[in-house]
Design a protein. Structure first.
Length: 411
């Protein structure tokens, strides 16, 4: 059955679970209504951009000043080692001497917004196939950062992930745009609903489970972009969870929200830090700004050999299309900008995948890649379209359940 027909059938037959928070509209719009809606979104985007540039000088929110020297020694929760930066020397990353002959599995989850439904479908289908491993390391960027803790904890959270990505709750994140937030804040939609989404699913129990797995030597990593330093921050969520305080839970949630905070769409997340005896707030946004997917630190990918004697299977789950495709782009400011940004992200993602592939081959590591096929239908509208996400979830699920989600070759 063609994927478009599957999408329609899935949208008719599968009803979202009842959610106790704000529901989303389920009205079926006519084609003309949908075109009007999309045009409105694009016009709003253009207006927001124009106004933001014109008024940026007089509408920025005040911040506590700090310097590059302060940033170079900064730490969070007054604890060292809760995060590293992707561009740090290899010596900053610890690699245990591996004496076991067992092969470990590393799952890297990319960004992709609504296309995260694909990754969730693959994970759930992988469980159904009975071949999903327990991952020694899980990393997540952007929408992958929201998925990562649940993928890390295992298949018992498959239903939770399916609910988040197919029930319609994600669509509510973009329900309340406000030009005033852009003019007198830093994001079109605010981050209240994003924070509420994270807080609803990530509580003390999740953090305690992550801490227990961290104590067993497993690693959960979530990526943000530090806008002040323009660096990729890799947060050790297991170490944060092990702190076990209310402040640590807040930081755990803040990092997840920051990783998914798309600039201009959602405001940045301000994270309290201290450096050289001074306290200030760092500005963190979507990890995908600097790293669409995290496989290995930059310095390590340039090395000839992996430190120690580790044996590893690397699984890169890309929540987007990475094969180049033809599209006749409308000669409008918004369409040109959108296509350009998409091309930049796609090129960055391909570069990381190619570097990881070369590294894996040099070190005789397993390399496995999954992504959305080039010919899969594009979403009918901007944002988190529920019908599209349900169909994409089913697409990923069926591929994985049939053992067809992974390839060991480059795109």
């Amino acid at each position: 059955m063609p994927w478009r027909d599957r999408r329609r059938q899935y949208s008719r037959d599968r009803q979202p679970p009842t959610m106790p928070i704000a529901s989303c509209s389920t009205d079926v719009s006519s084609p003309s209504d949908e075109r009007t809606k999309r045009a409105g979104v694009r016009l709003t985007g253009f207006y927001v951009l124009a106004c933001s540039l014109a008024l940026a000088a007089c509408t920025s929110l005040p911040r506590t000043p700090y310097t590059a020297a302060d940033a170079s020694t900064s730490r969070v929760l007054d604890i060292d080692g809760l995060r590293r930066y992707a561009d740090e020397p290899v010596t900053k990353f610890s690699f245990e001497k591996e004496i076991s002959t067992a092969t470990k599995s590393y799952l890297a989850l990319s960004g992709g917004g609504a296309d995260g439904a694909y990754g969730v479908g693959v994970l759930n289908g992988w469980t159904a196939a009975g071949t999903r491993p327990t991952f020694a390391v899980v990393s997540g960027v952007s929408t992958g950062g929201l998925i990562a803790p649940f993928a890390f904890l295992g298949s018992q959270y498959d239903d939770t992930l399916r609910e988040v990505y197919t029930s319609g709750i994600a669509e509510s994140l973009l329900n309340d745009p406000s030009i005033m937030r852009v003019l007198f804040g830093s994001g079109l939609f605010g981050n209240t609903r994003l924070r509420e989404l994270v807080a609803r699913y990530v509580g003390p129990e999740i953090m305690a489970q992550v801490a227990r797995e961290n104590a067993r030597g497993r690693k959960l990593l979530v990526v943000t972009t530090d806008l002040d330093t323009q660096r990729t921050a890799i947060w050790d969520m297991g170490k944060i969870a092990a702190v076990g305080t209310p402040e640590a839970l807040k930081l755990f949630r803040d990092v997840m929200a920051a990783s998914a905070s798309i600039p201009l769409v959602f405001p940045p997340i301000m994270i309290d830090a201290e450096g050289q005896g001074r306290r200030f707030q760092e500005m963190h946004v979507d990890g995908g700004v600097t790293a669409p997917v995290l496989t290995l630190p930059e310095a390590l990918l340039s090395q000839d050999r992996l430190p120690g004697n580790a044996r590893m299977n690397i699984y890169i789950l890309v929540n987007k299309k990475i094969e180049r495709n033809f599209e006749l782009v409308s000669n409008s400011t918004i369409d040109v900008a959108s296509r350009s940004l998409s091309s930049i992200t796609q090129s960055q993602t391909r570069s990381i995948i190619f570097s990881t592939y070369d590294f894996a081959k040099r070190n005789h590591l397993g390399f496995h890649l999954s992504y959305i096929a080039r010919d899969y239908p594009a979403p009918p509208s901007e944002g988190f379209d529920t019908a599209y996400m349900r169909a994409l979830y089913l697409y990923g699920y069926e591929k994985a359940a049939a053992g067809q989600a992974w390839t060991s070759t480059l795109p």
